[in-house]
Structures are given as C-alpha cells and as structure tokens.
Design a protein around this ligand. Structure first.
Ligand code: SF4
Length: 313
C-alpha cells in the first residue's frame, strides 16, 4: 500500500536549514506496512538546501509563499510545479498522505498566515502544496505527523487508509454492482461504529444503484463512506457494535461464554480494558462457531494487529 509523505519526515535532509524532522512512529511503526512516496515541494520545485525560510502572506482566501528576509515570492514556482507533480502522483495509486505540520508548503491545517500589513499571524493557513493536493484528491485520507501522535486520531486515520486500500482491491480496475455491494456488506459494522446514520444513507445508495448509475454512485459512495469514517468510533458506539455482534452468537454460545462476553464488554464500556480485549474474545467465537457473516466483517480485523491501534483505553 502506497502513501505519500512529506520527505523530511522520513529523515531526508531537505529542510531549509539542511536538516530533517524524522518521525519515529511514521518510519518505525507505520513504515512496516507502507510503501512511502516522499515529496518535498520546496526542493522538488527547484529550491536549494539550505535555503531561506518561507512563510505564507495574505488572507485565508488568497495568500502567497514568500521568503522571510528577502521577500522573494515563490508562489508561481510552487503552483506550476505542484500541477505537474500532482498528475504524476495520480498514477501512483496512493491511499493517503502524511503531511509535515506547520510548514508553509506542506502543512495541511493551522499554518501561520501573516497579514501583508504586519502584526501577529493567524493560524488559518494551509501549506501551498498541501492545499493543491487536497483539492486534487478530495477523497484521499490525509493527516499530519503532529496529530498522528494522538492515539484516537491515529487510529481513525489509519483505519481510513486501510479502508481506501480495500476499496481499490474490491473495485479493481472496473467496478461492478456486485463489488460495490460486497464492499458495503463487509464494512457494515465498521460504518456502524463510526457513523450509524451514514449506514442507512450508504445502504440506500447501494440498493438504488443500477448499471446506468454505477459510476456516479460509486464515486458518491466512497466519498460519503470516507467522510463518515472521519467521525471517531467512540466507546459508546463501539459498545453498541460489540453488543450487536454478540446477538449473532445468542443461540450458539454457552451460558458461561455469554457471562464472560457480557463482562468483558462491560469492562470495555467502563474504561477498564481497551477495545482489543472484547474483540479478541469475539474473534475467538467467530472462529469457534463459524459465523460466516462476521468472518467477513473488517470491523473485527481492520488493520494489522502489530500497529496496536485498539490497545489504548
Ligand atoms: S515540510 Fe515539506 S517543504 Fe518543508 S522540508 Fe519537509 S517536505 Fe520539504
């Protein structure tokens, strides 16, 4: 699976001061499962290392990329390079992008934005390349390395990245109604954990899809799906899904097994154990009682367990 990334996060010495901002989580943990496509907008658009530092100047609607001391305006250079680079990236089959936070070129939110009149900056800017990237690929999951240090944000982003990768696998080169239905069916519990309202909406969209509307509806589907997945799967929503899953075993499990399962779900709900604990038990029952529908549910195995994303309370 390929993800784009701001090059300096991989430890490449491309920053204005000749250094890097290697991120350990990105390189050591995520890196085991991801093939990174590094992008350094400032170096790739022709600037040197080291170089004069830059900042964004203007208003939230319109701003320019300008060097801090000498005031050289690199906006056009960055824009025309971005246009070409984005078309190259479109051929890479990316499943997301990890941006360097706060950078006037690569920051995806909250970048310092200076008024031409001077004074204190606002934090309304978006790095020039990051903005162009998000405009060109609105469906792709994106996050910055700073926010990835938050366990919930990290889990949410990586879940969306793996969902998007599966979407590509399910739909292949040419989508069919069958593959759309299958993707939706296998992600039902996952959607329920993030955004129960969207489950109905997406279900209705899939049910109304015909050969004539397939291309349009599948585009609407994946954009709506990934948007729905941005809502964090809270303890309350996860507990609902766990209880829902338990319903499939009602007539299969023994009294003792049921008691144990109820207790483990309650412990998760009360914050005594992380989500991984009830899930491991449920996975065990899915295997033991061979519940076909649940075997296919990606909610039970959304990403490699080595990432330990569901191990936080
Ligand atoms: S933040 Fe972006 S532009 Fe700056 S060094 Fe890193 S990759 Fe290059």
């Amino acid at each position: 699976m390929k993800l784009g990334i701001s090059s300096c996060l991989l430890g490449n010495n491309v920053r204005y001061n000749g250094g890097h901002t290697r991120d350990r989580y990105v390189t050591e943990q995520l890196g085991k499962f991801i093939s990174w496509i590094p992008v350094c907008p400032e170096v790739e658009c022709g600037l040197s290392v080291p170089r004069e530092a830059m900042r964004l100047v203007g208003t939230a609607k319109e701003y320019r990329l300008v060097t801090i001391k000498t005031g050289i305006d690199h906006t056009k250079r960055m824009q025309s390079w971005s246009k070409k680079r984005l078309e190259q990236l479109a051929t890479e089959e990316l499943c997301g992008f990890v941006f360097k936070s706060k950078s006037p070129s690569s920051g995806m939110r909250g970048v310092k934005l200076y008024s031409p009149k001077g004074g204190q900056p606002s934090h309304n800017g978006i790095g020039m390349f990051a903005k162009a990237f998000m405009d060109r690929f609105p469906e792709l999951p994106v996050e910055d390395e700073g926010r990835l240090h938050d366990a919930k944000i990290r889990e949410n982003f990586i879940e969306r990245v793996f969902c998007f990768s599966r979407w590509k696998q399910y739909t292949g080169k040419k989508i069919s109604i069958q593959s759309l239905i299958q993707f939706h069916t296998d992600h039902k519990l996952m959607i329920m954990a993030h955004n129960p309202k969207a489950l109905k909406e997406l279900g209705a969209l899939v049910a109304s899809t015909t050969r004539q509307t397939l291309n349009r509806n599948s585009t609407i589907y994946i954009i709506t799906f990934l948007e729905a997945m941005k809502l964090v799967a809270t303890v309350k929503k996860n507990t609902n899904v766990l209880q829902h899953i338990m319903g499939y075993f009602k007539k299969l499990i023994t009294k003792d097994e049921k008691r144990e399962l109820v207790e483990v779900i309650e412990n998760y709900h009360s914050g005594y154990v992380p989500l991984v604990v009830p899930l491991v038990l449920l996975q065990h029952y899915v295997r033991k009682y061979n519940v076909e529908y649940l075997k296919q549910q990606h909610y039970l195995h959304p990403h490699p367990k080595e990432l330990m994303l569901r191990n936080h309370v």
